[in-house]
Each structure stands twice: as structure tokens, then as C-alpha cells.
Ligand binder design. Structure first.
Ligand SMILES: [Zn+2]
Length: 436
């Protein structure tokens, strides 16, 4: 059997006043998702614990069955997803240009996401491309528009805090070593070097001729770099060894590419064309035909992006487009009884309120020949709560996938030296040449 896991990124939402307390998914017209729920076993899912807003990368890491303490950090996975070389002991950090105002001895964020062409952003980044302090080298690598990565090498640690205050009107933050066991002078020195670099960036950018021209034209100067989510390479057990499944990801973002590649999965790098329905149909048909894999991750970022616009009506429209694409799942995927279809989300992205992501559960449905079909007839955050899966958390999802693929190992059996969750494992046959 094969599992096709469809992650509708940021699908979960809050009750919205404009829908009389219903979520955009509940308010939307979603006959195909509802049909899947009516055939399946339903429930709610949270990758960690109800109330905790998860980021896409940490949620996916747990969905794929890994422990959060082993997470390499978004800066690292996004950098390698974009093809940036990050060596074994380097630290990679997300960064972007922004506009700040100096008030006394602090920098207040005025505009966090200036709209600047890649060409102009590259010129500014060129002025702050490399820096060295106390044996720590910092290199700025350009990605899209204002965004980039800082690659730190020398004696460096990724156990450091962010400098990006995210919300305008707040001061850029001092980078600090994260308090944890084993944290030592390396993270203290990394944070100090980064703070010196960020001040230097502000000075260099403020003096840049492009900013002088912007100020003359009454445009805000783009005069600071802010940082988030440091990371570095970790030794991770490959997905295939860990779960006994050959994994493929069909996704459109660098963080999914980087994460899946790091876990040893194959990746189909697709693009978002603006046609939500056709993009997802293409991905679903690719998954349908991917017979060389028995775990296929199909991803769309669209509900999450719609949630970030803080327009519940728009999110509902996006969900309805996704539902039209799900006709492929209904008509071309589930008739194959050798497929276990799982539909869920990585986290909730509320389309109102001030938070980026929110901590509610997301709906989950599993359709396949061994699931217990329950009495749920609609796919949404409320209807699925009445389903027979209850509330699932964390790695339970991967264990249940193995279970419904008819591959889960009964507790107590030991066919391999490591107690893996699937059966059979990669055991050694008893050999006459060796012992006879
Ligand atoms: Zn997400």
C-alpha cells in the first residue's frame, strides 16, 4: 500500500464574526472534502499541544515523525532548500532588509517588509556582504528581493535569539544566547558578533547613496538588516530508515524542499502559478502516478497565505478552489484501494486577530481500506471533532499511517537491533557460511 498525505497549509482557523462564529472552512462550500470525510475516519490533530501556534517547518518536522529537540532550525533548512551551501559547523540565519529609525540608542522598526526589487536589494546587500569579528565570519547571501541568509562560520552556535521585532513600532532586539543546558561561551560570542554586525549594517546602509536618494525622494530609507531563526546541520536518521517508507514531497517552498531533502526524501519542486485549483490537481495526479514511493507528501501553501491576508472571505474562496481540486482525490485516487489518503494541515492560520499562526487543532481525515468509517459527513474543525480518531497529537499521525498501511510492528517483536516502528525491518537472515 501507499500513503498520500495532503497537507493544506494553515487550513485551521478561528470562529469568525462574519461567518457567525464558523471558520472559513466550515462556512465554505466543500463537497469533495466532505465526501472524503464521509468515507473516512475523522478527528482533530495538533502536532504538539493545543494552544501552541506552530510554524510550518516545526509542524512538518513532527508530522514526519521527528522530535522537536532535533530540529535543525529554519535558517538552515530554508538555506539548503534554496541551494545555499551550509557546511557542517556553520550557522544559517534568515535575514531581511527593513526600514528603521534611530531613537536614542535603539532602532525602531518603521517598515518591516519594504517593497524593493531584487536588483536594488542586491545593491544594498552588496554593501554589507561580509564582516568579521572576533574570529567569526559573517556572509550575507541574497535570496529573493529583500530576503537573504547570513552564513556564519568560525566557532559559532545556532543557540541565539532573533533580532527581528516583526511588529512595526517595536525596537530591533539585541541577539542573546538562548538559555539552555550546555550553552556556553560560543553562543555568547556568536550573539555578540551578530549584534556588532547589525549595528555596522545600519551605519553602512544609512550612508549608502541609494538611501540618500530615497530620502530626497521622500521614501523611507532601507537602513537595517534584521534576523530570525538560526539553524545548523544536525545528524538525523533518514526518513526511510526511521519509518520504513520511501518518501516523496511534492511541494512549492524552499523550507519543504530543504527539510525533505535533509530527511533523505525525494522532492518534486513545483511552482505556484496563481491557479490554485490547477496547481493542486497537478500535484494530486503526480502523487497518484508516483508508484515508486509509498509515502507521498502533497502540499499547498495557499490556505496559509490566505489566512495571512486577515480576510476570512478570501480564505473561504481559496478553500473552495482547493476543494474543486480535491475532485481528483475523490475520482482518481481513493478508488485505488491500495492507497491510504490522509488530509490534514500543519497548523491553524487565523484570518483575524494579531497573531501570525494560532494554536487550535486542525481537522484530519483518513480514507483507506482498513480505516473505521465513522459518522462524520463534513470536513471542518467542528464536524471532525465528532469523529472516531479523537484528538491526535504529534508522532501519532505517522504511527497511524503505518498502522493503516498494514506495516506497524507489534510491540515486543525484535527483528532488528533498533526498535523501529515498522515490520519487517532490515534484518539479517541466519547464514550457514557464518555459523554452520
Ligand atoms: Zn504552515
Amino acid at each position: 500500500m501507499r500513503c498520500i498525505l495532503i497537507i493544506l497549509d494553515g487550513l485551521g482557523d478561528r470562529g469568525q464574526d462574519c461567518f457567525d462564529g464558523k471558520t472559513p472552512l466550515y462556512a465554505g462550500y466543500t463537497p469533495h472534502l466532505d465526501h472524503l470525510a464521509s468515507l473516512g475516519m475523522n478527528g482533530l490533530y495538533h502536532t504538539l499541544m493545543q494552544g501552541i501556534p506552530m510554524s510550518s517547518e516545526t509542524a512538518h518536522f513532527i508530522i514526519f515523525g521527528y522530535d522537536l529537540r532535533d530540529f535543525p532550525g529554519r535558517g538552515f533548512i530554508e538555506a539548503i532548500g534554496e541551494g545555499v551551501e551550509v557546511k557542517k559547523n556553520d550557522v544559517a540565519i534568515l535575514c531581511h532588509l527593513s526600514s528603521v529609525q534611530r531613537v536614542d540608542d535603539n532602532l525602531i522598526l518603521r517598515y518591516g517588509c519594504p517593497d524593493l526589487s531584487s536588483e536594488h536589494a542586491k545593491i544594498l546587500k552588496g554593501a554589507i556582504q561580509s564582516y568579521e569579528s572576533d574570529g567569526i565570519r559573517i556572509n550575507l547571501v541574497h535570496s529573493k528581493k529583500i530576503h537573504g541568509f547570513l552564513i556564519l562560520n568560525g566557532k559559532v552556535s545556532s543557540s541565539i535569539t532573533d533580532s527581528d521585532p516583526i511588529y512595526e513600532g517595536r525596537p530591533v532586539m539585541e541577539v542573546m544566547p538562548i538559555k539552555q543546558e550546555g550553552a556556553g561561551t560560543v553562543s555568547v560570542k556568536t550573539a555578540e558578533a551578530l549584534n556588532r554586525y547589525l549595528i555596522w549594517c545600519h551605519q553602512k546602509l544609512s550612508a549608502h547613496h541609494m538611501n540618500k536618494e530615497r530620502t530626497t525622494s521622500k521614501l523611507l530609507p532601507i537602513n537595517a538588516l534584521v534576523t530570525q531563526r538560526a539553524g545548523g546541520k544536525r545528524q538525523l536518521q533518514p526518513f526511510r530508515d526511521k519509518w520504513g517508507l520511501r518518501g516523496l514531497s511534492i511541494s512549492s517552498g524552499a523550507i519543504y524542499w530543504g527539510l525533505c531533502e535533509e530527511l533523505g526524501m525525494d522532492v518534486v519542486k513545483v511552482k505556484d502559478t496563481g491557479n490554485i485549483e490547477e496547481d493542486l490537481k497537478y500535484r494530486l495526479r503526480y502523487a497518484r502516478d508516483a508508484h515508486d514511493y509509498n509515502f507521498i507528501h502533497v502540499h499547498t501553501k495557499m490556505p496559509d497565505e490566505a489566512g495571512h491576508t486577515k480576510n476570512p472571505w478570501y480564505k473561504k474562496e481559496v478553500i473552495e478552489a482547493i476543494d474543486r481540486a480535491m475532485s481528483v482525490a475523490v475520482n482518481e485516487i481513493i478508488p485505488d484501494r491500495e492507497i491510504l489518503l490522509v488530509v490534514s494541515a500543519d497548523h491553524s492560520t487565523a484570518s483575524s486577530g494579531g497573531m501570525i499562526h494560532t494554536g487550535e487543532t486542525v481537522p484530519l481525515t483518513m480514507v483507506g481500506k482498513y480505516v473505521r468509517r465513522d459518522e462524520v459527513g463534513h470536513f471542518n474543525e467542528i464536524a471532525c471533532a465528532k469523529g472516531s480518531l479523537g484528538i491526535m497529537k504529534g508522532k501519532e499521525l505517522m504511527y497511524m499511517i503505518l498502522n493503516f498501511l498494514d506495516m506497524a510492528k507489534m510491540q515486543g517483536l525484535m527483528d532488528t537491533q533498533i526498535d523501529q516502528p515498522y515490520y519487517p525491518g532490515h534484518f539479517n537472515p541466519l547464514n550457514f557460511k557464518k555459523y554452520g
